[in-house]
Design a protein around this ligand. Sequence first.
Ligand code: BTN
Length: 255
Amino acid sequence: MNKSYYFKEVDSTNEFAKSLLKEVQEWTVVIADVQKRGKGRLGKTWYSPPEGLWFSVILKPNSLCQLIPLVAGVAVCEAVKELGVDARIKWPNDILINGKKVAGILAEFEEVQLSGDAFAANPYLASQGIQPIVVLGVGINLNISEFPEEIKNIATSLLLEKGKPFDKEKVFKLVLKKIEEKYNVLGNGKVTSPLLDEWRAYSITLGKKVRVWTPNGMIQGKAIDIAEDGALLLKLPDGKIEKILAGECSVQLED
Ligand code: BTN
């Protein structure tokens, strides 16, 4: 971690992080007790009371941006496993325990134009003139004992699953350490396969019949694998393979 901004209350840690992009260094972290307008994927809101862990990390990757949400998904699963909780990933990045959502990841992709020293310092980026930036938002339902009516059947918390509260600072440090470890492997010359294999091992989506709601409509098929860029590979009823980059996935019960 480079620098951290802590708020008792903020609209959204991702939004605040986005207001900092030009000035700050990679690994700047924004963390808040409460988010008044916590953001979920696909324009949804994210319930963010003080009992949860809500933070965003600013990353400035040289490549493989699309895999960063997967880095976070695997990192969260590994961290909670160390805390004695068995969590799984539903594509793309819903972290579930017994089918209920315990954590979510919202990665927002931005770019800043490079100039002067920053431009000259990085030959890879100098060829493009832009610096990709990822605001990686992680939300973990830590010690929440009750959820609002609308989500109480689909959400859970570590407290509800383990019957004991968790230390927020300890969980935060552990998850951040796991994100750093996995992200650094990505940065070291495109070694993606260990990460993808770890993701596959935590996935509850692969091998199942699924429905995916994409920006272009609903698509149904068997989830056969995850591609090198994090996309889901679906085998359609006519045998064609479809690559899905973004969407909301529901896993059907039968194989
Ligand atoms: C999802 O829909 O599954 C993604 C939820 C992401 C929530 C986190 S909480 C910290 C960060 N700030 C936000 O406003 N959202 C993310």
